[in-house]
Write a protein that binds this ligand. Structure first.
Ligand SMILES: [Cu+2]
Length: 413
C-alpha cells in the first residue's frame, strides 16, 4: 500500500534531519520532584535530542516500560513512547502508525497538554492550571484502567470499542460491517477541586483523538445570578460559570522534521450553489480561528501514498466554545497556532522556561519562517454548572480530531 519516496527518507539516511532544536533533550526533561520525577527516572532516552529521531520503522527511542506497541484487531499498529513530565504531565513521543499491510509512518515527534486556562465569568478567579501538573498525577487502581495495563501506576494503556468502522449493503441487501477499536492512553491529575482525565485515542482507522475530561468536584465559587446558575435547594447559591480553555502542543514530524507544511482549507460560496476550495499555505508562524467548514492539515509532499498523493494529517477543531479573553490573555484569541519548533516553547501561557516568550501569542509575534512546524490547538468548553454536577461531578469532555488524509490509498479498516 505504501511508497515511501524521496526527500524525507533521503535526508534521514544522510542524518540531516536533526539540524534544529538539538538542545531538546536537556530542556524538555527538566523538572523536579513528585510523580513526574519518579516515572522519568528510568525513562531512558524518550526525551533524547531531536537529532536522534528514529528512522521510519525503527523502534521508538524509549525503554520497554515507556514503550507502547499495540496492534489492534484489524491489523493497525500504533507505536509510541510515554513519559510523565513535571511541566506538561503525560507526554507522548515518537508516535508511529502502521496500517494493516502497510509501512510505518512517523506522525508526531511529541504531543502533550500545553495549558488548561480556567477563567470564571465574573472576571475572577482566572487559573492557569498547568505548570507542574506532572506532580499531580493520580495513582490509578486496576478499576481505573478497565481492560488495560497500568504503567508506573500513573498511566493506563487500554483499548475501547469505537462503533462501526464501516457498514455496507450489497445489491441483494446483504450487509457487511466491522467494528472499530481505539488504543487509549490516559493519565489522571488532581488539580484543586477538579480531576482531569488526559487522554489520547489512537484509532484502527488511523485517527487520533486527543481529549480531556473534567470531573471531581465543582470549585464552589459563588456569584450573582448574572454569572452563575442556582445549585442546591432553592435559589440562594449561584455556582459561578467558567471556561476550561485547553491547549495542546503537537510537534508533527511526518517521516522526520523536514518537509512538513501546514495548510488551511476553506470552502467559499456561502449562500450560493457552489463551494470553491481555497487553500492557504502557512509559510510563516501564524494564528488562525475556527470556521464552520475550515480545517487544516500538516502535509509532507516528500512522502507519498500508493496513489502518489502526499501524506498528511488533518486537524478538525469544530467543537470549541472559542473563548476570547482580555488583552492580557491574547493567547486565547485564536483557535490554532503554528510556530517553528523551539524546545523552550512548551506552554500556551505561563511558559516557565527561560529564554522564551511567556505565551503563544508572543511565540508567533515575530512571524518566523516555518521550517519545522509545531501546531497548537485551543479547545474551549463553557461550564455552566447544573444540579447534576453534584459530587462526584459527571465528566465533561472536550477535544479535537486528527484524521489521516491520503496516508493510505484505501480504507485502512
Ligand atoms: Cu468546570
Amino acid at each position: 500500500m505504501f511508497l515511501r519516496l524521496t526527500l524525507s527518507s533521503a535526508l534521514l539516511a544522510a542524518g540531516l534531519t536533526g539540524a534544529t532544536g538539538s538542545t531538546a533533550g536537556s530542556t524538555e526533561t527538566a523538572g523536579t520532584a513528585g510523580a513526574a520525577e519518579a516515572v522519568r527516572a528510568a525513562a531512558g532516552s524518550a526525551g533524547a535530542a531531536r537529532a536522534a529521531q528514529a528512522a521510519p520503522g525503527s523502534q521508538p527511542s524509549c525503554s520497554s516500560p515507556y514503550r507502547i506497541d499495540k496492534t489492534l484487531p484489524n491489523g493497525a499498529r500504533w507505536q509510541l513512547c510515554w513519559e510523565m513530565r513535571t511541566i506538561e504531565g503525560l507526554t507522548l513521543t515518537d508516535v508511529t502508525y502502521t496500517p494493516d499491510g502497510g509501512e510505518p509512518t512517523g506522525v508526531l515527534r511529541s504531543t502533550a497538554l500545553a495549558q488548561i486556562h480556567v477563567p470564571y465569568d465574573s472576571g475572577e478567579p482566572r487559573f492557569h492550571d498547568i505548570g507542574t501538573i506532572g506532580d499531580d498525577a493520580i495513582a490509578l487502581k486496576s478499576a481505573d484502567c478497565p481492560g488495560g495495563e497500568r504503567r508506573s501506576q500513573f498511566v493506563c494503556v487500554t483499548t475501547r470499542a469505537r462503533g462501526h468502522g464501516y457498514m455496507k449493503s450489497d445489491g441483494e441487501g446483504v450487509s457487511t460491517s466491522v467494528q472499530g477499536t481505539d488504543l487509549v492512553v490516559f493519565a489522571a491529575f488532581q488539580l484543586g477541586w477538579y480531576t482531569y482525565l488526559v487522554e489520547w485515542a489512537f484509532g484502527d482507522d488511523g485517527a487520533i483523538t486527543p481529549r480531556i475530561g473534567a470531573t471531581g468536584s465543582l470549585s464552589g465559587f459563588t456569584t450573582t445570578p448574572g454569572y452563575g446558575w442556582p445549585i442546591g435547594v432553592g435559589s440562594t447559591k449561584f455556582e459561578e460559570s467558567h471556561n476550561h480553555n485547553v491547549f495542546w502542543r503537537l510537534d508533527f514530524d511526518i517521516e522526520g522534521s523536514r518537509g512538513d507544511v501546514v495548510e488551511q482549507y476553506d470552502f467559499a460560496g456561502s449562500g450560493t450553489s457552489k463551494r470553491k476550495l481555497v487553500k492557504t499555505v502557512f509559510d510563516e508562524e501564524t494564528k488562525a480561528v475556527n470556521g464552520r467548514m475550515r480545517w487544516w492539515r500538516v502535509v509532507d509532499s516528500g512522502v507519498r501514498n500508493a496513489d502518489r498523493h502526499p501524506v498528511s494529517w488533518e486537524i478538525n477543531n469544530l467543537a470549541s466554545a472559542e473563548y476570547r479573553g482580555p488583552a492580557d490573555e491574547a493567547f486565547t484569541r485564536a483557535d490554532l497556532y503554528v510556530t517553528d519548533y523551539r524546545a523552550c516553547e512548551r506552554l500556551a501561557s505561563t511558559n516557565p522556561t527561560p529564554g522564551c516568550g511567556k505565551s503563544l501569542d508572543r511565540y508567533v509575534a515575530d512571524g518566523k519562517r516555518l521550517t519545522d512546524p509545531v501546531v497548537w490547538v485551543n479547545v474551549g468548553f463553557h461550564h455552566v454548572a447544573r444540579d447534576e454536577d453534584a459530587d462526584p461531578m459527571p465528566t465533561h469532555w472536550q477535544g479535537f480530531r486528527i484524521t489521516p488524509r491520503d496516508v493510505t490509498a484505501k480504507n485502512p479498516s
